[in-house]
Design a protein around this ligand. Structure first.
Ligand code: AMP
Length: 113
């Protein structure tokens, strides 16, 4: 299996604007921001998408959500933000490596497009 672009970022094979990293996750700014603040939080384990996570991933998934809130605070999103996980073609997933979008800096619409 070839590496995803996010594995290459995690491995420092390609550059990214990294905001946070620990042993389980890495956060970096989205290359094509959809809001004034747009970051991605990615588990280092290459889980393709949330539908393919297993019970043994519960620690990393819990960690991902807790760190999403921490990274949002670090990015100064005091007035709120949106977390998004796209899953599969209808979900708008384009990179098959689980990631949580952190979007903020403007009011978010609902329903999403
Ligand atoms: P998704 O459509 O949910 O799979 O989101 C993938 C996201 O990855 C998109 O918002 C892209 O703009 C972003 N992206 C793709 N390549 C890079 C990259 N090299 N650095 C940062 N973000 C990227």
């Amino acid at each position: 299996m070839s590496k995803t672009i996010f594995e290459r970022i995690i491995g420092r094979e390609i550059a990214a604007d990294i905001i946070y990293e620990d042993d389980l996750v890495v956060a970096f700014r989205d290359i094509k921001p959809q809001a004034p603040v747009h970051a991605l939080l990615v588990p280092k384990k290459p889980i393709p998408r949330i539908a393919e996570a297993t019970p043994e991933d519960h620690r990393v998934l819990g960690h991902l959500l807790l760190k999403a809130a921490e990274v949002a605070a670090k990015l100064g999103l005091r007035n709120g933000y949106r977390l998004v996980i796209n899953n599969g073609p209808d979900g708008g997933e384009s990179v098959p490596h689980l990631h949580c979008h952190i979007l903020g800096g403007r009011p978010m619409g609902w329903p999403p497009g």
